[in-house]
Design a protein around this ligand. Structure first.
Ligand SMILES: Cc1cc2nc3c(=O)[nH]c(=O)nc-3n(C[C@H](O)[C@H](O)[C@H](O)COP(=O)(O)O)c2cc1C
Length: 260
């Protein structure tokens, strides 16, 4: 096809890295690709923190649900959904004064703004992922950065209208990671619809999960009391301890934004 398609179709997450630095030139190229990402209203509603302090990486490896590989990643970037910059700029421009003169309350960043800022930050992050891949640099998203808000707020000096939406670890993949099989995706017929949404039936779920069921259970009847993928994923992932911490932490951030 073409080189870009090859990169997109062959990509997989990298969680073990060669102890090899990413050169400043490559790092800068990845950054430039990230900063060229589409952005709502051309407002760049995000910030990126380059985590270079090993002590901070070590801390993140614990606070992000105990994932030691974070500490070993040569490059770690924190993506922040950021409305603080615009809010501060509005105030610096005297928006509060024109609102007061018109007897109108000044609007504060709200739910829609938060979601747009998250979109911006994640799209910028994904541009970085793909740019990195083009240089042979692997990456892994860390969603657990949304946990432990109090700790991350202090660690990164986060002001009110900043939401830590994802962390990205980058590094050259070890041979084991290079040779690892790609993880499967659902067949597109269960995910891509024409014109209207299609809610799946039990029989469609059976087909959709048949290969994952085989991979997970093989000839075994059950694992820890679960007899199918839904039960296993519910227990292992959806209702795992980290989900409660993430919900608690995200609610706290929403409260900080005045939204809860
Ligand atoms: C929003 C998001 C959060 C993720 N968080 C983590 C994480 O905390 N730890 C981790 O090891 N992988 C994380 N991943 C990576 C996924 O587990 C991975 O993309 C998925 O298993 C598919 O595998 P692949 O990327 O190799 O195709 C995350 C991915 C996304 C998109």
């Amino acid at each position: 096809m073409n080189e870009m398609m090859d990169i997109l179709l062959k990509r997989k997450s990298t969680r073990a890295y060669e102890q090899k630095e990413i050169s400043p030139e490559i790092k800068n190229a990845i950054l430039q690709a990230s900063l060229r990402a589409p952005t709502a209203g051309n407002m760049m509603l995000y910030s990126i923190v380059d985590v270079t302090d090993q002590r901070v990486k070590d801390r993140l490896a614990v606070t992000c649900d105990d994932q030691p590989f974070i500490a070993k990643a040569p490059l770690v970037w924190l993506f922040l959904a950021d409305y603080q910059r615009w809010q501060d700029y509005f105030l610096a421009c005297g928006v509060d004064e024109i609102c007061a003169a018109k007897n109108e309350p000044m609007r504060a960043p709200a739910e829609g703004d938060l979601f747009l800022a998250c979109c911006d930050a994640l799209i910028a992050a994904q541009n970085a992922v793909i740019a990195a891949e083009s240089f042979g640099v692997g990456s892994c998203y860390i969603g657990d950065i949304m946990e432990q808000y109090e700790t991350h707020k202090t660690l990164f000096n986060l002001p009110q209208y900043v939401f830590p939406i994802c962390l990205l670890c980058f590094g050259y993949p070890t041979d084991q990671q290079k040779n690892r099989a790609q993880s499967e995706r659902f067949d597109q017929k269960f995910v891509v619809f024409e014109n209207t949404y299609h809610r799946l039936e039990k029989s469609e779920f059976d087909e959709m999960f048949s290969s994952r069921h085989q991979q997970m259970f093989g000839k075994r009847k059950g694992i820890d009391g679960s007899v199918n993928v839904g039960q296993a994923i519910y227990r292992r992932k959806f209702s795992a301890e980290f989900t409660y911490e993430m919900t608690r932490s995200v609610r706290l951030i929403m409260k900080e934004w005045g939204l809860a």
